[in-house]
Design a protein around this ligand. Structure first.
Ligand SMILES: [Zn+2]
Length: 281
């Protein structure tokens, strides 16, 4: 009897131990699962809040991150056009300063760095894509220049390329202008003499802008005929071709610049500078 009881007791004890072990394993699994679940949840919410933070820093930063030459999606711009037209001061040591110092900008008595503004804006290129462009102009005209390019953009007016002339720097300001024109680049500020020499150009003061110079050349009448420096402009000497990039008095480009009191070099007698719009004050 005693032996049987002891056996039964031993078996019951083993069973109980087994049950306890099972329960312990089960509880360990459950708590492990719960801990992992909360870890995943915490990581997920951290990720989401990081994403939200990124999206909140956002639109302005995303726009500011665009660099000249970038192509921007039409849908992305729609309704947000204004934020793509920006002006910045230029300060010694900043990114723009490092690009222009000793090139288009050199220490001089005519124009100070503080008087210049760096503009980043949008334009349609010749493929009719929306492209990021850049210009440096005088602070006096900066807001109006932004407004002009905003209107040109709204009119979907095409400008092939708009980079600082420093992208074409040859070591000489006048030669650099030539190199920029060869690439049909539209530009404004360049501390240099006027084409033909002799006096300071309005470009040196950030008060002149050249638009699509290939289609709108600088021409000079001498010895009984007109002369121009860039062979790529030859098809555009005849101003009656109807090419949409040829600027004519009364067309959309002319009218927008005129609205902001910019004079057009296409109305000079000799030389005639079809690409050139300027405002002296
Ligand atoms: Zn010009």
């Amino acid at each position: 009897m005693m032996i049987t009881d002891a056996k039964t007791f031993g078996a019951a004890l083993r069973r109980r131990r087994k049950e306890l072990n099972y329960t312990r394993t089960f509880m360990a699994k459950v708590s492990g699962f719960i801990v992992s679940f909360f870890c995943v949840l915490i990581l997920f919410s951290l990720e989401v809040s990081a994403m939200e933070k990124k999206d909140n820093t956002t639109y302005e930063d995303k726009i500011a991150a665009f660099v000249p030459g970038d192509i921007v999606d039409k849908e992305q711009v729609r309704g947000q056009e204004e934020s793509y037209f920006m002006r910045y001061p230029i300060e010694e040591g900043d990114e723009v300063y490092e690009r222009i110092n000793g090139k288009s900008y050199r220490e001089n008595d005519d124009i100070a760095l503080e008087e210049l503004r760096y503009l980043k804006l949008l334009h349609y290129n010749f493929e009719h894509e929306i492209q990021v462009g850049e210009l440096i102009v005088n602070e006096d005209v900066a807001d109006d220049v932004l407004a002009i390019f905003r209107e040109l953009f709204d009119a979907e007016y095409e400008i092939q390329s708009m980079y600082l002339v420093d992208n074409y720097w040859t070591g000489d300001a006048t030669e650099t202008d030539t190199a920029s024109i060869e690439e049909n680049n539209s530009s404004a500020f360049n501390y240099r003499e006027a084409t033909g020499g002799g006096k300071l150009s309005n470009h040196a003061l950030g008060r002149a802008i050249d638009i699509n110079p290939q289609q709108n050349p600088y021409i000079l009448y001498r010895d009984g005929e007109w002369h121009w420096a860039h062979e790529n402009a030859t098809p555009y000497i005849d101003r009656t071709s109807g090419d949409p990039h040829v600027i004519c008095a009364g067309d959309i480009c002319y009218n927008i610049f005129a609205k902001y009191d910019f004079d057009w070099g296409g109305e000079w007698e000799n030389p005639v500078d079809y690409q050139h719009f300027a405002r002296e004050n």
